[in-house]
Design a protein around this ligand. Structure first.
Ligand code: HEC
Ligand code: HEC
Ligand code: HEC
Ligand code: HEC
Ligand code: HEC
Length: 361
């Protein structure tokens, strides 16, 4: 009787855990939309036949390369090509080689899965392709009324970003906030600052094309020089009796840094002698450090939405006071804690100088 009770309890425990894991694997793939009347496929090449400029912009974008990108492919392989990752990196059902039904066993995880007869490998290689954002119910979603050779309906296109730039909270991970939290941070930013720009305003800037103005489908982001230069503002550093101080303001529409937690930033005080030669450097990290899975927060010093924060440096190892001026630098670093992934990217994509300021002589 006792043995039977224990058995039932452990079966119940496994079922419960399987539910938790399955539930944490959100978002799920998007049902493949119907091909709109007048078009012959869902491929970006099809759209690109008429929208040529947009197609070439998107080809250069990170979302257009989300299934080509060496860093993603390496990380995905290392995680046993977990189907869950495709829910954002190649999200349509037709982009999934397998259909998942649930979790059979928690550790090591065994999924109940069947081959997907409608899998289209070419479409998968397109990653976050045009129809992911633009096609619903057999029609192309547009921001305004137009006359087109395909059915259209007007919709809130700017809202589509939420699905992938925000992860759900999961009871499995004792995290203080979701692993990717950009949409939520952005909502806080609007509340705190009263500003109304959306993701599109900053990440799809107005661009001139042959056929008239539009919104850039290069989706410039955290590694685009123009966007990066608009990230933060630095005050002129000053000397306050026994220490240097500088103020850093977050100008983005979310926290700085945001997004996946492999990206981090740091502020460096470089102490200079009277000839302007560097003598010493003091560094403070700015970012969120998470470990796992199962994920736990180690530290979170990312700049809050709209925040201005003071940073100080004492240079206590400079007793003779040879430091006359300081230069402050803000850097962004990629894959700080993942040296393997760091090898997959070009040096200019591994770190970027975001801002710099020098004290008055
Ligand atoms: C046969 C040519 C053709 C194909 C193929 C085509 N479009 Fe269009 N599309 C047009 C034309 C023409 C218009 C209306 C004029 C304009 O705004 O460019 C239009 C309008 C649009 C608009 C609204 C433009 C605006 O100014 O707001 C969107 C969005 C759009 N198409 C997306 C797509 C997507 C996504 C695909 C692929 C699934 C696609 N189109 C395939 C020709 C085409
Ligand atoms: C279907 C999921 C999905 C949707 C919807 C989506 N994104 Fe993305 N986005 C991604 C993924 C995945 C990446 C990273 C691709 C990579 O680097 O391999 C990304 C990357 C980006 C980047 C590049 C960041 C950088 O540092 O360069 C920007 C900017 C961006 N997205 C903005 C947007 C905006 C704006 C919207 C809404 C209009 C949007 N995204 C909608 C999945 C999505
Ligand atoms: C007021 C302008 C502004 C708004 C609004 C805004 N962003 Fe950003 N975003 C920036 C700037 C500037 C950067 C570069 C600094 C950084 O990397 O954090 C950036 C960086 C990013 C990155 C790159 C992260 C990385 O380091 O690779 C992503 C992804 C992103 N934004 C997504 C979004 C999404 C999604 C929205 C809407 C929910 C949004 N942003 C709203 C200005 C904005
Ligand atoms: C990550 C989501 C996303 C993807 C992927 C995407 N678009 Fe868009 N697209 C948008 C948004 C958002 C707008 C509307 C901007 C606005 O007017 O607010 C837009 C606008 C457009 C327009 C109107 C003209 C303009 O520049 O504003 C056309 C046409 C269009 N997209 C076609 C395409 C084609 C073709 C592809 C693939 C090559 C594509 N889009 C991929 C989100 C996306
Ligand atoms: C909820 C959507 C979502 C899921 C699920 C997801 N990602 Fe991502 N991933 C993103 C977004 C959005 C970005 C880029 C923008 C940012 O910094 O937030 C990204 C970026 C990345 C990058 C960095 C790419 C680069 O160019 O720097 C890697 C690597 C990555 N993801 C791996 C994975 C792996 C492996 C999985 C599965 C375990 C996964 N992702 C699941 C949304 C997702």
């Amino acid at each position: 009787m006792i043995l039977f009770g224990c058995l039932m309890a452990s079966v119940g425990g496994v079922i419960f855990l399987n539910h938790l894991i399955w539930d944490s694997m959100r978002p799920r793939p998007i049902p493949t939309p119907q091909v709109p009347i007048g078009l012959s496929s869902l491929s970006a090449r099809e759209c690109g036949a008429c929208h040529q400029d947009i197609y070439s912009e998107w080809l250069e974008s990170r979302m257009g390369n989300s299934m080509q990108n060496a860093a993603f492919l390496m990380d995905w392989k290392a995680k046993g090509e977990l189907p869950y990752c495709l829910s954002c990196h190649a999200p349509l059902e037709a982009q999934q080689p397998e259909i998942l039904h649930g979790v059979v066993w928690p550790l090591p995880m065994v999924l109940s899965r069947d081959p997907n007869p409608l899998f289209d490998p070419d479409l998968r290689s397109e990653g976050v392709t045009c129809v992911v954002c633009h096609v619903r119910d057999g029609a192309v979603v547009t921001a305004k009324q137009v006359h087109a050779p395909h059915p259209t309906h007007v919709g809130a296109l700017g809202e589509v970003c939420a699905r992938c730039h925000q992860m759900p909270t999961s009871p499995l991970h004792p995290l203080r906030r979701p692993l990717i939290d950009t949409w939520g941070e952005h909502a806080n930013w609007k509340d705190k600052t009263g500003q109304s720009e959306d993701c599109v305003a900053c990440h799809m800037p107005r661009t001139e094309r042959n056929g008239g103005a539009g919104h850039s489908h290069r989706f410039p982001g955290g590694w685009d020089p123009v966007v990066v230069n608009a990230s933060v503002a630095l005050s002129v550093p000053t000397y306050e009796g026994d220490h240097w101080v500088v103020e850093l303001t977050n100008l983005t529409g979310h926290r700085f840094p945001t997004g996946e937690t492999t990206v981090s930033a740091e502020l460096r005080f470089v102490g200079l002698d009277e000839k302007g030669q560097p003598l010493a450097t003091e560094t403070t990290p700015i970012g969120r450090h998470v470990m796992g899975p199962p994920f736990i927060d180690i530290d979170d010093s990312s700049l809050l939405e709209g925040e201005t924060r003071a940073f100080r440096a004492q240079f206590s190892n400079d007793p003779q006071r040879r430091i006359r001026t300081v230069r402050v630098e803000v850097w962004k670093l990629r894959y700080f804690f993942e040296p393997e992934l760091r090898k997959t990217i070009a040096p200019q994509d591994a770190e970027a100088l975001v801002a710099t300021a020098e004290s008055k002589p």
